[in-house]
Every structure is written in C-alpha cells, then in structure tokens.
Design a protein around this ligand. Sequence first.
Ligand SMILES: NC(=O)c1ccc[n+]([C@@H]2O[C@H](COP(=O)([O-])OP(=O)(O)OC[C@H]3O[C@@H](n4cnc5c(N)ncnc54)[C@H](OP(=O)(O)O)[C@@H]3O)[C@@H](O)[C@H]2O)c1
Length: 482
Amino acid sequence: MAFFNLKRNLVVCAPIEYGSLDQMVASMNEAKAEGADLVETGGNSGSKKTSLQVLKMALQSDVEFVEMEYEVASDIAIAEHKPLNSQIIVSSYVNGSKPSSEKLSNLIACMQSIGADVIKLIVEVHNIIDVAPIFHMLTHCQVPLIATAVGSRGLISQLLAPKFGGFLVYGYLKSHPIPGLPTLVSLKQTYELEHVNEYTKIFGLISNPVGHSKGPILHNPALRHIRYNGIYVPMMVDNVNEFFQTYTSMDFAGFSVGIPHKEEVVKCCDEVHPLAKSIGAVNTIVRRPSDGKLIGYNTDSEACITAIEDALREREVANGVVPHASSPISGKLFVLVGAGGAGRALAFGAKDRGARVVIFNRNYERAKALALAVSGEALPSEVLDSFCPEKGMIFANASSIGMEPYTNESPISKAALGAYDLVFDAVYTPKNTRLLQEAAEVGAVVVSGVEMFIRQAIGQFSLFTGGPAPEDVMRKLVQEQF
Ligand SMILES: NC(=O)c1ccc[n+]([C@@H]2O[C@H](COP(=O)([O-])OP(=O)(O)OC[C@H]3O[C@@H](n4cnc5c(N)ncnc54)[C@H](OP(=O)(O)O)[C@@H]3O)[C@@H](O)[C@H]2O)c1
C-alpha cells in the first residue's frame, strides 16, 4: 500500500493494477486526482521468507503500513519482527459459508493475538443480509478494522463503513471498474463519506437491479443541503422479508422501494397508508422514530396525478380560463396503458380525482383486474388506436414501451393522439420519448416521467426527514442528470 498525504480520519483506498512502473505511477496519479488517499497494489501472497524480507525493508524504510496475509503473519511471529514505525495490516479472505458474527469475531481475536495493528477482512457475500455481521464487527472491534463484503450485494459495506467505525473504504478508478465497489468519484461527489459518523441516519433504495438508480445523486446532496445527517445508498435486495428481519436498528431510518419489491414489501410494513393499501404497492417506507414501526407509503400516485393536474391548470391559465377548484381530471376519460406498479398508481390516483378510467395492457387479464379495482373498464390492446369515444381525453403510458433501449417504440399511433388533450409518459429514460414528441406535434399538452420522478422523490424526502424537501435544489439536480 502507498499513502498520499492523509488529512482526514476516513481513508479512501483505490486498488490499482499495472504492468510497468510508468503505468503504476499513472494509476497512482489518477487515483489521487479522483480522491483516493492511498492505493493498494495487489495482494501479498508471499512466502514466509519474502514476508520476512518485506518486514526488514519496512524496518529500514520507515513505511507506514505493511500488509500480510494472516496465515503467513501467524507463521512468522510478526510481534517479534515488528518495525518500530510501521503498522502491520493482517488480512484474511473469508469465503464459502455465510459469515456469522461468531465466526468473524473468532477470526479477529486470532489475528489480534498475533500482533496485528490493523485487521483486514475480505468477506464473500451472496446476500445483503450477510453484510450485517460485518457492521457488527466494525462497531465492536478493538483494533482498526478494514472490512469489505465482495460482490454487488456488498456495496453497502463500503458506503456505510464510516458509520460503523470502519478504518478505510475502497473505491475504484473510473478507468478500472471493480464490481461491488463504488467509484472514487461517487465517494467524493455523491456520498461525501467524510461527513458520515455514528449518528448518521441510513436511507436506501431496496431494489434489484439497483445500479441504474438516480436516487443517490438526488437524495444525498439534498440531505446535505438541509444539513440533515443522513446518507442514501443503493441496496441490492433479493428478499425483502429477510432484509427487514435483519436490519432492524433505528439507524436504518427509511427506504425507497423499487422493482420488483413494491408489492411484496406491503406485507413487511407494520402500517400502510390507505392510498398505498388500495394501490397494493408501497414505494416508500419510514421507520417511525417513536416506536421503530415500519410505515409504508406510495408517493408515485400523487406524483403523477399532481403533475398531470398542474399541467392542465397551467394550460387553462394560459388560455385565460380561471382554474376550477376541483381537479381538472375530474369527469375526464383517462386512458391508461400499463397495469404494473406505475399503472396501478395512476389508475387509483385518477379514480380518486373522479376520472373515468379505461385500461389497456399487454396482459389483458391484468388490465381487467385493475379495471375492476378502480371501477373502470378494460379493453383489448388491438382497439387502442381506434378508441375515440370523445375528444379531450387524457392519455397516460405506464408501460415500459419507449423506455431505453427501445426508444423508437410508442404505445399508440400518432394519428390516434389527436383525440387527447394531455399525454403523460411514466417512462423517464429518455426524457423526451417518442410518445411525447408525437403528442407535442399534434398539439397535446405533454407531461414527462421526469416530472413524476422528481415529485415522487420530493414526497419521499419529506417523509424521510419529516420536513419540506429543498425542491429547487432537487429539480436542478434532476435537470443536470437527465
Ligand atoms: N417516472 C417515474 O417516477 C416512474 C416511477 C415508476 C415507474 N416508472 C416507469 O414506468 C414504467 C413501468 O414501470 P412499473 O414499475 O409499472 O413496471 P412493472 O410493474 O414491471 O410493469 C410493467 C408494465 O409494462 C408492460 N410492458 C412491459 N413490456 C412491454 C412490452 N414490450 N409491450 C407492452 N407492454 C409492456 C407490462 O405489461 P404486462 O402486464 O403485460 O407485463 C406492465 O403493464 C417503466 O418504464 C418505469 O421506468 C416511472
């Protein structure tokens, strides 16, 4: 390991690989520019003889840290050869069976007993719940501990390490991605781990996959903006029930819920808001500070419906019409494509505002079930393009049609769009979908899924923090990212 000037308590380390001295220097410079405090240059799997030589060199050159594998270190009795001014990191790779707290603490005790100044554990995990014993060790270990849970489900072992007392976190160079580790740049710009401490509240997105999420780049700066001591991290969760049975501490204060857990997670909540209950999907969970109970909400529904309402009101104002106090959706024919999570949020929201809901979905049985739940009507997809019982309808796409990479697709023909006053698309990647482009061309008011995204995030943020969200800051962040 090679250190740059250490100015902070938290140490950020970049593993680097190189084939030549020049490459090594270039990678070290890159790591420094991206925010690393030190670089790690490959494992030390030397023999007893080479390890003793390394110790001797350390003794002569006054290096700060020497890393040695546990088996080698215990073989050569490091306590007897310990350099005066250097600290010895003893490392061990834990793989195979699930790492229990007992197994890890026994290993740590053995490593400590041979004279380790710093202990490093690299633990293979196949489930996010297996990171919990690592947090336990970080909190209770008597010597500085570096602990890394390897794999995409182990990412939180790095992002939350400073919260639990970890000595060091790893991040990778932009030019050298390592699965399961955060980028150095994200550690510096998104998470700002130097502000994380034992009092930091943890918020996270529970989803699978989770890598695409823009939540961290939105929520973390917003939390910092209102000076709330919190961090928002992606959590790759396979089984929501196991997850909530494992992470029961008040520190885990709130969660966004993404694909595919929005419906399953309802059962994990102690209480569910009536709107979320009727939709049958929860996208936000807050651990109530007074009793630790998990309360489920759905901010998707209000987000998309208010975005549509505001756009209709704006048009009324622009046309010189004084907006009515009731919802501009009330009484309108609301044509919805899609019957998944977003579709349900739209259908229940529209029904709540007094709209007449008509549902089209690839899976017709699913459309019929949702139509029944909102006292609406389901029709087969084949008739969508010719469906025109009246003018001034609202069209909402809540299917994945048009989403990247299938950006050339649209759920409805351009010719049919002429019957609609307003067209909403829940898809937000890309921001300007083919559906929205064609709707604008035929003169409809258009509302992008990005507007829904920002509104649902603002709703979540308020629930997480118990106060108003910094809307301007969040809007600016979203505009920069989409
Ligand atoms: N803007 C936001 O804040 C926000 C929030 C949530 C979701 N969304 C977006 O909304 C869309 C749906 O998300 P979701 O959470 O509702 O997902 P979901 O629960 O998985 O539902 C997917 C929906 O899309 C339909 N679908 C998928 N592929 C299709 C295809 N090739 N042709 C026709 N229909 C297809 C599905 O029909 P079947 O029932 O036949 O499978 C289902 O109705 C996604 O693009 C998502 O990114 C946006």
